[in-house]
Design a protein around this ligand. Structure first.
Ligand SMILES: *Cc1c(COP(=O)(O)O)cnc(C)c1O
Length: 440
């Protein structure tokens, strides 16, 4: 029986093997459980005892936001697909047959959103450097091979395809020397973002192998760690066997004169409530690291300004710095989770206008798209036309940052690709892409 192990000390993942038992706890009947298990043949499921016993309000499941954050829902996929997969499960069809059917459904979920795979691939000479993306002039992303999973999966994750074993997306690397050589050759790089997956899924000896070689690079000002461990497994920084050694590593980064920045993913204020999170935050801040927070805006989980207000306020008290509110990306069950841009802007503005200036470090709603990060600044009327006002917070081409541009208002638009330019025949980044092809 897995459900009584709330006090399990060592991390252990619950996977689709445990799904039926967990769904019983949510009060789902046999037919409902079968439907959810059918969805879980397509989309990844993984959670753990801390999420199950400390975060989810089981009396409110299946409507509880944290339940919805980690458990698949039967209506996340088209009903006909779910019915077909449920039939296969019921008939105890061979796994290969179920997987083949699941793969067909996955293929329709835009598993490779633009810019994930082929863009930004750095090269040394002609050789691509695996596991790296040179996103913005000053920033490189590194995907360590051992960091390509998480303590639990979010149902809305834009990297879902890599968690279901899509070989094409396994671009991670353990070639630390190549990363270091590349950075040395690019003095404009000042920030390395270690991401995944979740960098904190790696044990201390492994993460040390990635971080220590970076400490000797004088040009680096910051090392960032993308993580949801503070929400899903705060024990990582408090009571896990390598917690102390991990904090010593953080101190070493700070002593080397670099900003160690946690980019912590928090989706809901409840994730900040447990005393374990408080201890973890205190220990991380005590090492001299900083913690910035970010999350996407997700329908049925956090699409309410009061949720963001209370989350940012609580973060402020704890010494965390609100950083980004993202728009859900155009992949996976996006139809299920998407909040229209017009509504996203209202939620952001309502939340932002009711917090202290110290929380207004947050930017958003922001779309991390191929040209960069596009922020929806508002909806207004100009020369009789209702338009979205937009600007790039970050761009592959720095010349485009901070310049306002416009799109026709569309109440149902949920992503950049749904927008049409207003007062221009193309968006600024489209023009830039063409000009880049012209001889200088
Ligand atoms: C946000 C983001 C970064 C970092 O951008 P900053 O604005 O410097 O925080 C890097 N890569 C991707 C894909 C991002 O979305």
């Amino acid at each position: 029986m897995i459900l009584n192990q709330a006090s399990t000390r060592r991390f252990r993942a619950y996977t689709s093997k445990h799904l039926d038992e967990l769904l019983q706890r949510a009060g789902l009947d046999e037919e409902e459980r079968l439907q959810v298990r059918a969805v879980a043949t397509v989309l990844p499921f993984r959670t753990n005892a801390y999420v199950v016993d400390e975060l989810i309000d089981w009396s409110a499941a299946p409507d509880d936001p944290i339940y919805r954050l980690v458990f698949p829902q039967e209506d996340m996929l088209p009903a006909a697909d779910v019915a077909r997969l449920a039939d296969l499960l019921k008939a105890e069809a061979p796994n290969a047959e179920i997987q083949a059917e699941a793969n067909k459904v996955r293929a329709l979920l835009n598993p490779h959103p633009a810019g994930q795979m082929d863009l930004n691939v750095p090269r040394i000479g002609d050789e691509p450097v695996p596991g790296m993306q040179h996103k913005y002039p000053e920033t490189v992303l590194f995907f360590p091979k051992q960091g390509q999973t998480c303590h639990a999966y979010c149902t809305y994750c834009f990297r879902w395809a890599q968690f279901v074993g899509d070989a094409d997306l396994k671009f991670a690397s353990d070639d630390i020397d190549q990363m270091v050589s590349y950075i040395r050759q690019h003095p404009e790089v000042t920030s390395v973002l270690i991401t995944g997956g979740d960098a904190m899924i790696m044990g201390e000896p492994v993460i040390r192998r990635y971080i220590e070689p970076l400490l000797g690079l004088e040009q680096l000002e910051s090392i960032r760690i993308g993580t949801k461990a503070l929400a899903y497994w705060p024990q990582r920084f408090v009571s896990d066997p390598d917690a102390d050694a991990t904090l010593e590593l953080f101190e070493q980064v700070v002593e080397a004169g670099k900003n160690l920045a946690f980019m912590a993913h928090f989706s809901h204020p409840r994730e900040l409530e447990s005393p374990l999170v408080e201890s973890a935050v205190k220990r991380i801040l005590g090492s001299g690291a900083t913690i910035r927070t970010q999350a996407p805006l997700i329908r049925s989980i956090n699409d309410d300004p009061a949720v963001w207000t209370s989350m940012w306020r609580r973060q402020l008290r704890m010494g965390l710095i609100p950083y980004y509110m993202f728009v859900e990306r155009d992949t996976g069950p996006q139809d299920y989770f998407a909040v229209p841009l017009a509504r996203a802007y209202e939620i952001f503005r309502d939340a932002y206008s009711s917090v202290s200036g110290l929380c207004r470090t947050v930017r958003g709603p922001s779309m991390s798209a191929t040209p960069g990060k596009v922020c929806v600044d508002g909806v207004t009327e100009i020369a009789g036309q209702k338009v979205f006002m937009l600007h790039l917070i970050q761009a592959r081409d720095p010349a485009l940052v901070g310049r306002p541009f416009f799109a026709h208002y569309d109440p149902s638009a949920v992503w950049l690709t749904d927008l049409r330019p207003a007062f221009a025949d193309r968006f600024p980044y489209e023009a830039a892409a063409e000009e880049a092809l012209l001889p200088v």
